[in-house]
Design a binder for this molecule. Structure first.
Ligand code: FMN
Length: 182
């Protein structure tokens, strides 16, 4: 089963989660390809059976760079007739959206649109969206809200326990896909 981790990160929090996913997949004998998106990146996602796509939450959504990557990719696949009515599920193709957020105003609710947005992309391709993972990550530019936001003190997030949770979730997902990985 070929896997890819596509992500963006402005201050390093989401990169830590992406690296944890990479390490955990590698420990489970998968060999993931990991790419940080940029303005020009093009990747043929259909080459992969398991896609992880992640971003920091920026104003409730993914970063512009990641959204532009998604829009570019959708356009290219639409032109090739690969985005089909009803988005038929492709057997053996799966995806997970993930990200980090500070939740200063309304907590996790302000992060859900971000992973939903990415999950919708995966499902438009015909991939089955398996899960959406959110990890708390301190705000780099507004330290005041790291103490007084809806989630309380998040100055040390993501911390080791957050990353261990991600490792455990990767292990669980890989085990759940044993029919394809065996
Ligand atoms: C410009 C900007 C906008 C942000 N908007 C939100 C937001 O709407 N909701 C939220 O929960 N966190 C928001 N955050 C906090 C980030 O999502 C959080 O700190 C994240 O962990 C940063 O990840 P990174 O280090 O990978 O860039 C924002 C941060 C920045 C810099």
């Amino acid at each position: 089963m070929k896997s890819v981790i596509l992500y963006d990160s402005l201050g390093g929090n989401t990169a830590k989660v992406a690296e944890t996913i990479q390490r955990s997949l590698t420990a489970k004998a998968m060999t993931p390809h990991m790419v940080k998106v940029d303005k020009e990146l093009m990747v043929d996602l259909f080459d992969y059976d398991l896609i992880f796509i992640g971003s920091p939450v920026i104003d409730w959504l993914p970063t512009q760079t990641l959204m532009n990557f998604v829009k570019r990719t959708m356009k290219a696949y639409s032109q090739q007739g690969l985005i089909k009515p009803s988005s038929p599920t492709i057997p053996g193709k799966f995806g997970i959206s993930f990200g980090t957020y500070a939740g200063p105003h309304i907590g996790e609710k302000e992060a859900l649109p971000m992973t939903m947005w990415l999950n919708s992309f995966l499902e438009h391709l015909g991939y089955t969206g398996l899960d959406q993972w959110l990890v708390v990550g301190k705000h780099h530019h507004n330290p005041e809200i790291n103490k007084n936001g809806r989630l309380g003190n998040i100055e040390d997030r993501p911390h080791e326990a957050d990353l261990l949770t991600i490792e455990n979730r990767v292990n669980g997902i890989v085990d759940s896909l044993s029919a394809w990985t065996a």
